[in-house]
Design a protein around this ligand. Structure first.
Ligand SMILES: N=[N+]=NCCCCNC(=O)[C@@H]1[C@H]2[C@H](O)[C@@H](O)[C@H](O)[C@@H](CO)[C@@H]12
Length: 457
């Protein structure tokens, strides 16, 4: 890749990150792989959802995406050109077990074998996400995450993957953002499987966490040493302490507390009481869920700004949030309409280190969508570069405050299938022309390469 432009950061005033800080990028299977029916892959809930009229922008699907399934050698070369230390990717469960259970599909396993070998050949550390939302449709046909058995199937799948890749993959995260799976998928319905049943979304959240715990047990028994979970977490900004606590509970503590403290927060149990009696929680579940982990993956995009408002109906993505309004933030916005508030990352990381001490943190996703234009083979994505710069400075401030932050993985390596937004929203530091599959590193990638090289800003 020719460096059309290099960013010569001046030595003076460079913000250095700790020695050994891990710099990388992240993606997810359904968002980049394509090859939706190749080599025995079965349908996932996102294959079904994206084919359901009106669910995904312009009827976009992950059928082709970035064709990473066939183009992974080129993509690994790009990672090498950028000097990345690590690459976070997810494994497509329906590629491994087309029906979500039973013997593994050898051609599915072979793909990830090849990918891991390619990464190793490039000196890039693989960081595996076992579940990034593409549940085998056959499991959803039996209730999906509202069915406790799905948690058991997930642990079996985790064991299959470790047996194949455990000799070369050291860092495993079980779930990506169970909050999205449960509350976007089963409560608001804006994500697959598109169910609008808040009363079952808490059971889905619990079974996701149970799947995490059972998978940790399986991975640990097989010899895995670095195991974690990735949560999307957001500090809550408000002039109303009660409103802030309600959303903090429904967004953050509902996952942090069971995983790291072995209990559900009492206020969340109470507020969800209007939807469920929590009878899906069985004796021993929380001991399984709170199996010790070695790393907490943090996905941060922006804080949530809320206020108390009597009579306000619940936000569909936060069942139980009656009386809380979401006025939006007075801040610059990304193309997703999300506020650019880097300070929220510092606040979040410092809070985590205070409230949940002892678990090393890694930023497994942070990035921004902006509307990019290719000009003479270049993409001058100043907005994204500025977003990343601000958030790296915020991360550095957290480290200065004593947070044990081990790394930063930018979301995302490539422009990709942005779920309900389809391909119209671009998060990549590398531009993808979906008509030609041509990859073009954006200015943000060239800048990030310098940050990695200098281990600082
Ligand atoms: N307001 N607001 N919102 C902040 C984020 C809301 C929850 N969505 C995420 O965190 C998803 C995460 C996902 O892993 C990835 O697969 C997605 O591509 C990115 C970008 O969307 C993010």
């Amino acid at each position: 890749m020719s460096a059309q432009k290099s960013y010569n950061l001046q030595d003076s005033g460079v913000l250095r990150f700790p020695e050994g800080f891990v710099w990388g990028a992240a993606t997810a299977a359904y968002q980049i792989e394509g090859a939706a029916r190749d080599d025995g892959r079965g349908p996932s809930i996102w294959d079904t959802f994206s084919r359901t009229p009106g669910k995904v922008h312009a009827g976009h699907t992950g059928d082709v995406a970035c064709d990473h399934y066939h183009r992974y050698p080129e993509d690994v070369r790009i990672m090498g050109d950028l000097g990345l230390h690590a690459y976070r990717f997810s494994i497509s469960w329906p590629r491994i077990q087309p029906d979500g259970a039973g013997p593994a599909n050898p051609r599915g396993l072979d793909f990830y074998d090849r990918l891991v070998d390619e990464l190793q050949g490039g000196g890039i550390t693989p960081i595996v996400t076992l579940y990034h939302w593409d549940l085998p449709q056959t499991l959803e046909d039996r209730g999906g995450w509202t069915n406790r058995e799905t948690a058991e199937r997930f642990a079996e799948y985790a064991a299959i993957m470790y047996s194949r890749l455990g000799d070369r993959v050291e860092t495993w995260t079980t779930l990506n953002e169970p909050w999205c799976s449960a509350f976007l998928g089963y409560a608001s319905g804006i994500h697959a499987p598109g169910r609008t049943e808040p009363e079952v979304s808490f059971a889905a959240a619990h079974h996701l966490l149970l799947g995490h715990g059972l998978a940790v047990q399986a991975l640990r028994a097989a010899g895995a040493s670095q195991i974690g979970i990735t949560l999307n977490l957001a500090p809550v900004l408000s002039d109303d302490a009660e409103a802030a606590s309600i959303v903090d509970g429904l967004q953050n503590r509902i996952f942090l507390d069971p995983v790291l403290r072995g209990e559900y927060p009492a206020d969340v149990v109470e507020r969800a009481g209007r939807f469920t009696d929590w009878s899906f929680v069985k004796d021993g579940d929380l001991e399984i869920i709170s199996q010790p982990i070695d790393l907490l993956g943090v996905n941060y995009y922006n804080p949530q700004t809320v206020t108390g408002r009597a009579g306000e109906p619940a936000n569909p993505v936060y069942p139980g949030s009656e009386g809380v309004a979401f006025p939006g933030a007075d801040a610059p916005k990304t193309a997703m309409g999300w506020p650019v508030q880097p300070f929220g990352l510092t606040d979040l990381l410092v809070r985590l280190s205070h409230d949940y001490p002892g678990t090393p943190l890694i930023i497994t996703e942070n990035g921004a969508a902006f509307d990019d234009v290719v000009e003479d083979g270049q993409v001058h994505d100043v907005g994204r570069l500025s977003y990343l710069d601000g958030h790296l400075r915020a991360a550095h401030a957290a480290i200065e405050a004593g947070v044990d932050l081990r790394g930063y993985l930018v979301w995302s390596l490539l422009d990709n299938f942005e779920w309900a937004e389809g391909y119209r929203k671009r998060f990549g530091v590398v531009h993808v022309d979906y008509n030609t599959q041509r990859r073009t590193p954006k200015d943000s990638a060239l800048w990030y390469r310098e940050v990695v090289r200098r281990n600082g800003l």
